[in-house]
Design a protein around this ligand. Structure first.
Ligand code: F0G
Length: 426
């Protein structure tokens, strides 16, 4: 390949269930023949690995071109071939891989790294999918965009829609969204409906309503969201100089991210960017674990549940990307585990005390690693990247709650300060 963005393979959408092909610019997000979910497809010719690696690392961070400053659009060849004027980017991505001895020791995993996706512009990994999804909304000339959400997708959608100048509609489960996320969604100006129902009901309602209202649906059933979220994997592999870790752990709710990780790893392997495929560890909260239940039955049955967990982001009982999630687990020889809320909060405390911080759902990945090490599933000498999906400030109620450090109110005097510290500051 000679030019940086020349020779970009053409793309199409394809139904994962019946194989029906749709044009790349078709705005439908499910197959018109069978209702199945769509994948974005492109040829991944062998022999391009060295070129691609060079191209990814030659991106610079000072120019205004999103293809160079965004940790999503740097991988445009593997994501979307959009013209620079069309791209809607803050930018996003470029998140750190953090080695922290305290968290590693808690998880009993010496070679643990944390990929902190909470450091994206709106504080979660959703921005990686949304920059691509809203760019696609522009390409298909959508007049408005919409999502159902447990909070992070809506915060991200609202921000990117505002950046693009598009109206946004959001459906959230009433009373079940963390304060920081709702505040973001409202602040960025999305028309927000709090539905008396759960996330699963919100999504199914919106899937019907968006078609009827002609609004472009940007939940992760939209295949372009998946394309953007693949870059979490590409970026972490690049940060590891394309030496794949043994495992990648992530929280699993609606399974869009699990699907994206599987697709990214499949493509990275077939392009020769990596020479072995890491195993996925998809972690659910025990009270919201239908995917785990299906996994324990070898995926013979698709199960759903009424979800309940303190990790509100993954309080999902009927994951929309179930089939894609199964594919990702099979492709990577992956494993699904479930961890109880106490363990999620313990993991979150540990991440907070390390000065890193993340929201409860994100801590599920760390709790899952500890669980998998304790059962011997992950060997103590194996390398693991655990993805922290959302920022600590997303969920102030839980972040600050009874398990945490609380402020001590004192009079405005030196004596009061000394009194409060009489037994030391730790
Ligand atoms: N972590 C966080 C912080 C999330 O917000 C979500 C999903 C997940 C993990 C799970 O990812 O659904 O792709 O399996 N949040 C969605 C939302 C559902 O509406 O913000 P998934």
């Amino acid at each position: 390949m000679t030019s940086v963005h020349g020779d970009v393979p053409s793309r199409w959408q394809q139904c994962a269930t019946c194989g029906n092909r749709l044009d790349e610019l078709d705005p439908r997000t499910t197959c018109p023949q069978c209702g199945g979910l769509l994948d974005v497809m492109f040829h991944t010719p062998a022999g391009r690995a060295a070129d691609l690696r060079r191209q990814f690392s030659s991106a610079v961070t000072i120019s205004g071109d999103a293809r160079k400053i965004s940790g999503v659009w740097r991988y445009a060849d593997l994501v979307m071939n959009a013209s620079p004027e069309t791209i809607v980017s803050f930018p996003e991505g470029n998140t750190p891989l953090i080695a922290n001895p305290r968290v590693a020791s808690w998880a009993a995993c010496d070679r643990l790294l944390l990929k902190h996706e909470g450091l994206n512009p709106t504080g979660s990994f959703k921005d990686r999918g949304m920059t691509v999804g809203v760019t696609q909304a522009r390409r298909v000339r959508a007049r408005a965009v919409a999502c159902a959400s447990t909070g992070n997708t809506s915060a991200s959608l609202a921000a990117y829609a505002a950046l693009a100048g598009l109206p946004a509609l959001v459906l959230v489960p009433a009373g079940q969204v963390a304060a920081g996320k709702l505040q973001q969604t409202l602040s960025y100006g999305a028309r927000t409906l709090a539905v008396r129902g759960d996330f699963d009901q919100c999504l199914s309602l919106l899937r019907d309503a968006s078609e009827r209202l002609g609004i472009y649906l940007l939940n992760s059933v939209n295949p372009f969201r998946i394309e953007g979220q693949k870059t979490i994997v590409f970026e972490l592999l690049q940060q590891l100089e394309w030496q794949a870790p043994d495992w990648i752990a992530l929280p699993a709710g609606n399974l869009g991210n699990t699907a994206a990780f599987g697709k990214a790893l499949g493509e990275a392997a077939s392009l020769g960017l990596i020479d072995r495929v890491p195993r996925l560890l998809a972690v659910q909260a025990s009270g919201a674990a239908p995917f785990y239940a299906s996994f324990t039955r070898d995926f013979r049955e698709r199960l759903s549940t009424r979800a309940e967990t303190v990790a509100t982001a993954i309080r999902i009982g009927d994951p929309a990307s179930y089939d894609r999630g199964v594919r990702a687990i099979r492709l990577t020889n992956g494993v699904v585990v479930a961890v109880p809320d106490e363990k999620i909060l313990e993991a979150q405390d540990c991440v907070k005390q390390a000065g890193i911080g993340c929201e409860p759902a994100s801590a599920a990945s760390v709790a899952g690693v500890r669980e998998a090490i304790s059962t011997g599933l992950i060997g103590a000498d194996q390398s693991v990247v655990a993805v922290l999906t959302g920022h600590l400030l997303k969920d102030p109620a839980v972040s600050h709650g009874s398990r945490g450090n609380l402020p001590i109110e004192v009079d405005a005097s030196l004596a009061a300060i000394e009194g409060a510290l009489s037994s030391g500051i730790s």
